[in-house]
Design a protein around this ligand. Structure first.
Ligand code: DGL
Length: 276
């Protein structure tokens, strides 16, 4: 019986700047179906990928504080731009209640280093993530000689968050982001923004079928599972748990887009104001 930590009946809380984190939530819903979930999309502040590191740290702190206040047994940072700015503000807040934090970036770096044959790894990410260098540091910790090519894709998350109107211009934009990765002859590309798996087929087509694309969802869900088991925090639900959604922007738009991406009904989306 767990005594000091959070109540195992509380939900797992996941956050992103918008709908991208649904690609991580999706894996959690599949891997840990008995758990309850609450998802926060801070879409009023989208795009995180254009924000400064200082601003992003504040987003991490604010979102974590809000979710802990609502009640959460685990915090999942499903946004690379936010996690890239550092997850310490979340860890500090969560530690007070014995709550652990799981985040993207490190898991993808581990997978990429394990599967690349040539050692040439690409990272496609938002400008904030590329500028912050979190993937370079994470890949540098992998005990392997790697050549890393980073490409910032300033418009890609926004294209996806808008519901991706697939015009020729969009296709050319995405192709131009893939070009430096092709030139660098990478055999593995980290999709370093949780929005990007939503356009995975297009990226795979432009990069070539032999290139391996690495996403965070599965590894993050596995990390969450390890923590819940180690801490005795698994849900006692006997069937599928519940999930609910909160956003800071347009709830109807979030619901419409989110339903398409998750391919499950989102139900009512609650709108909240998170004060700066
Ligand atoms: N999904 C977020 C990430 O993983 C980024 C999108 C944004 O720019 O807000 O980086």
């Amino acid at each position: 019986m767990h005594t000091d930590g959070p109540d195992p009946a509380l939900p797992i809380a996941v956050f992103d700047s918008g709908v991208g984190g649904l690609t991580v939530l999706h894996e959690c819903l599949v891997s840990l179906p008995e758990e309850d979930y609450v998802y926060l999309g801070d879409d009023a502040r989208f795009p995180y990928g254009a924000r400064s590191a200082e601003d992003l740290s504040e987003c991490v702190r604010r979102n974590t504080a809000f979710l802990l206040d609502r009640g959460a047994k685990l915090i999942v940072i499903a946004c690379n731009s936010a996690a890239g700015a550092g997850i310490e503000p979340a860890r500090e807040l969560a530690a007070a209640g014995g709550v652990e934090v799981v985040a993207v970036i490190e898991p993808e770096a581990e997978i990429a280093a394990a599967i690349t044959e040539s050692g040439r790894v690409g990272v496609l990410a938002t400008p904030a993530t590329v500028a912050g260098g979190a993937y370079l540091r994470a890949l540098g910790r992998q005990h392997r000689e790697l050549t890393v090519t980073q490409v910032a894709a300033p418009d890609l998350a926004a294209i996806i968050q808008r519901g991706f109107p697939f015009s020729e211009a969009v296709v050319e934009t995405v192709r131009s982001y893939c070009a430096p990765l092709k030139r660098a002859r990478v055999d593995t590309v980290i999709l370093g923004c949780t929005h990007y798996p939503l356009v995975r087929p297009m990226l795979q087509r432009f990069l070539g079928r032999e290139v391996r694309l690495v996403t965070a969802g599965h590894a993050v869900a596995a990390g969450a599972q390890r923590i819940l088991e180690a801490e005795g925090l698994e849900s006692s639900n006997e069937k599928e748990g519940e999930y609910r959604f909160i956003c800071t922007g347009d709830a109807a738009a979030f619901r419409e887009l989110g339903t398409r991406f998750l391919q499950m009904p989102l139900g009512e989306v609650e709108r909240v104001e998170l004060a700066d």
